[in-house]
Design a protein around this ligand. Structure first.
Ligand code: ZN
Length: 199
């Protein structure tokens, strides 16, 4: 994919994300690299995002793998800035990550600081400084993207359509919920997933 095409996806993803995040440009190049290496698939392309971050949004915009259609899964606990695209038919996949060791602090200082989380306090505070820094991060990234994106061929341990859990009404609240075990109460009524209290 050309720089222009990657930057077009970046713009589209910024609109979806409602924020101009440099990580979206980096993610766009990572997705493009995975797609190119993966090539033709036998079934649908599915995706794993190794964190819940802006990377999820670029995956959704570019690949059509979404949380809603369940072609995208996120591993929030893993927390790595990486993704895998794979063929749902046989689990053949390509994983993309960033090789931090190849980012030069001299040649691409803002990109380096972005990944090391060492951008200036002024930048961290937001506003104009943050916007400018973001533009610089994207510019530096585009000049070295081929060298710092690391691709790996992988085979997924689990792949395929996945089970659709049966839905049944909760014996306490009566709302229909997806039952993953023999528990007859939904996660809120059982207390396991309670996140609100009555107002
Ligand atoms: Zn309930």
């Amino acid at each position: 994919m050309t720089d222009r095409e990657i930057l077009d996806w970046f713009e589209k993803a910024c609109a979806f994300h409602h924020k101009k995040a440099p990580g979206l440009a980096i993610g766009a190049a990572m997705v493009a690299a995975c797609e190119e290496r993966l090539g033709e698939v036998k079934d649908k392309v599915n995706a794993i995002c190794e964190s819940t971050s802006c990377l999820c949004d670029i995956i959704q915009v570019m690949t059509g793998c979404t949380l809603g259609n369940r072609y995208l899964k996120t591993y929030e606990k893993l927390g790595r800035y990486a993704l895998t695209l794979y063929d749902r038919a046989d689990g053949r996949g390509v994983r993309a990550s960033i090789d931090i060791s190849k980012i030069s602090a001299e040649k691409t200082p803002e990109l380096y600081n972005f990944f090391m989380r060492t951008r200036s306090a002024e930048v961290k505070a937001g506003g104009e400084a943050r916007r400018k820094s973001g533009e610089q991060v994207v510019k530096e990234f585009m000049s070295v993207r081929q060298e710092i994106i690391k691709l790996e061929n992988v085979w997924l341990d689990k792949f395929g359509k996945g089970d659709m859990l049966p839905a049944a009404p909760c014996v306490n609240c009566g709302e229909s919920f997806l039952r993953s075990s023999s528990e007859e109460k939904c996660g809120v009524c059982s207390g396991e997933m309670r996140y609100y209290r009555p107002g």
